[in-house]
Design a protein around this ligand. Structure first.
Ligand SMILES: Cc1ncc(COP(=O)(O)O)c(C=O)c1O
Length: 396
């Protein structure tokens, strides 16, 4: 089967399931500076009202809708470096209460938030953290904790559901301190939901066991909870039920929760006091940040309720792939838990990268059949190169 035929079937199958019709909201012409992908179909840029964008690269491509833009415009602000921005203070209070933590801090990004957490938990140069070998912190954050904080990382194998083998985890804890040969184990990091493993939700029992292990050895547990609200929704529990097992958490507002910028770092009061210092040293002390925090408040107060839509749409999308006849895609439906979907192509004659490239194009047959011009933005090819990743987001 040709690549073109395969991609055509893929698109029509999704359309039948109502996926494309409700997906990606940007109307070309209003958000037109997208030179980094190649649709090869400039005709679709005419008649903008009938052109829709299906952008499956990441849940970070969400854009603020009208209510969020209005909240941003009307935000009451002050100088947050002086702790005088009322909107930031309000957001921090909302986050701390929601996460069941003593205190929270608004920081610009998830990457900075994780780095600050590592810096505060591992204060001595050469302290060590234990991280999953497929964690975002280890793979996608440029080794910032080594580069900027002098923290050594040792890895545990990330299992397909995002968890670790607890015996292996325990075997990584160092016992030699203060023998000068060894770093000192300080921190265990977990990721929930797990990005590379396809939005997997960590079981509460696993978190409980990790915490018990950490307590036994006097270590801290930090959760990269960039998408922990997705986990909470999928498990039907408040986030505090998940986070009771961690000392600190980093929660992104700018992914499925729709804010343009921002992450909440939360934990005990003294942890956050130190985090404020680290944030400033890293250049993350922002002044009238209430403009951004106003969006963050909406993310926490209104967008969490909509994450379920993303999860339903991901399952619909996955089912559409499974239903292709003849079968074209391998999807493990049991692993589809939140808003990230990974699948393999069954067709051996072309690669995931060719598939992704083709998904960035639109041909006339597709446009005629769907009754609208759709700019398809290619899904991201996964960390493992035989896997295609897509992120599903609600339309605004
Ligand atoms: C699991 C996870 N942690 C951290 C981050 C970093 O967030 P940011 O892009 O805001 O730095 C991401 C970003 O995609 C992520 O997926």
């Amino acid at each position: 089967m040709s690549l073109k035929t395969l991609c055509g079937r893929f698109l029509f199958r999704l359309h039948e399931h109502g996926v494309t019709a409700s997906r990606g909201a940007a109307v070309l012409g209003r958000s037109s500076t997208r030179g980094y992908y190649n649709t090869k179909t400039p005709r679709c840029t005419d008649g903008a009202a009938r052109v829709r964008v299906v952008d499956l690269r990441s849940d970070t491509v969400t854009k603020p809708g009208p209510a969020m833009r209005q909240a941003i415009a009307e935000a009451v602000v002050g100088d947050d470096v002086m702790a005088e921005d009322p909107t930031v203070n309000e957001l921090q209070k909302i986050a701390a209460d929601m996460f069941g933590m003593e205190s929270a801090l608004f920081v610009p990004t998830g990457t900075m938030s994780n780095l600050i957490a590592v810096m505060v938990h591992c204060r001595e140069r050469g302290d060590e953290m234990i991280v999953g070998d497929l964690s975002h912190l280890h793979i996608y954050e440029q080794g910032g904790s080594a580069q900027l904080a002098g923290v050594h990382a040792t890895t545990v194998t990330t299992l397909p559901d995002g968890t670790f083998d607890l015996e292996q985890l325990e075997s990584k804890i160092r016992h030699g301190y203060p023998d000068p040969h060894y770093p000192r184990s300080r921190l265990i990091c977990v990721e929930n939901t797990h990005n590379i493993q396809g939005g997997r939700v960590l079981p509460l029992t696993f978190l409980q066991e990790v915490r018990a292990l950490a307590d036994r050895y006097g270590l801290s547990v930090h959760m990269d909870g960039a998408r922990v609200m997705n986990a909470a929704v999928a498990q039907g529990v408040p986030p505090s039920t998940i986070l009771q097992h961690t000392h600190t958490v980093s929660v992104c507002l700018s992914k499925g929760l729709g804010s343009p910028v921002g992450t909440m770092l939360a934990g005990p009061k003294d942890f956050i006091s130190h985090a404020v210092r680290c944030r400033k040293a890293l250049g993350g002390g922002m002044r009238q940040a209430g403009i951004l925090a106003a969006a963050g408040k909406l993310s926490l107060l209104e967008m969490i309720g909509r994450l379920e839509e993303d999860h339903c749409n991901t399952k619909t999308f996955a089912q559409a792939l499974i239903d292709c006849d003849p079968p074209l895609f391998n999807v493990d439906m049991a692993a589809v838990e939140t808003n990230i979907l990974r699948f393999r192509l069954q067709e051996p004659t072309f690669s995931p990268s060719e598939f992704c490239e083709r998904m960035g194009q639109v041909d006339e047959g597709e446009e005629a059949a769907l009754g609208q011009g759709i700019i398809k933005v290619p899904p991201l090819q996964g960390y493992k190169f035989d896997i295609v990743f897509v992120w599903i987001m609600k339309s605004k």
